[in-house]
Design a binder for this molecule. Sequence first.
Ligand SMILES: [Zn+2]
Length: 268
Amino acid sequence: MEFTEKALVLKVGRFRETDIWLRLFCAGRGMVTAFAFGGSRSTRRFCGCLDQLVLGTFRVGSNRRGTYKVLEEGTLLHAFPGLRSDPRKLGLVAHCLKFVEAVQIGSQGARPVFDLLLETLGTLEKSEVGAELLPLLFKAKLTFEQGLKPDLTLCVRCGRPAWDHARADYAAADRSSGQVQATPALGFSVERGGLVCTACGDKQVDLGAEPLSIGAARTLEWISASRPADWPRLSLEPEMRRQLGRVVDRFVAYHLGLRWEHGMYRKI
Ligand SMILES: [Zn+2]
């Protein structure tokens, strides 16, 4: 079956003398591996397209028996020169590409992730996003785009608005101890899929819930509603960043079964 589609080249490798394989992230069908036979020699059919981080329109067919895909033609749309010339940004891009590849997006759900990835690359090419923030933002947003957006308004345990509980809890702690507690007033329970307050149930945050300050919970809500173009505006206190980093990492591990280890994503 032949198709022509916009795609981003995630990976490129060479085999035999002049042949090349590519891992493409196609806008409408997700991950596709295709072979460009004679690719390293043919400048006419693949003009500038056989390179990582190239956005192009690709025509893909298959071999006669239909056992593998063959790249027939490519037209270069954008090669992200602003990212290629900046090693720091390239490092961030590599992280995002590894994550997308590890998630193994199929045809379902490909389009929103493709749009998110392109918007992320476009934003990063034009402006600065904190190196410690970008992977966090991208991972959180991509996971939410998979239909896994957590409930960030209500306490998932008692069902009342999380902010009210947080405030009540805060005031109670203030009265009983005579001092304002700086400890996080909320928790994030990956298993329950959202916020848990400390004012309901046995007054303990769920066993295993990640502590989350009110500000960090609000930031998580902001992330879920944001687009990459908003991200350069965000700056976070180190403690808030740590809290969000832990929540997002656990969320990704729980829902997508992926963990970042030694510079790569590993299935767990
Ligand atoms: Zn509650």
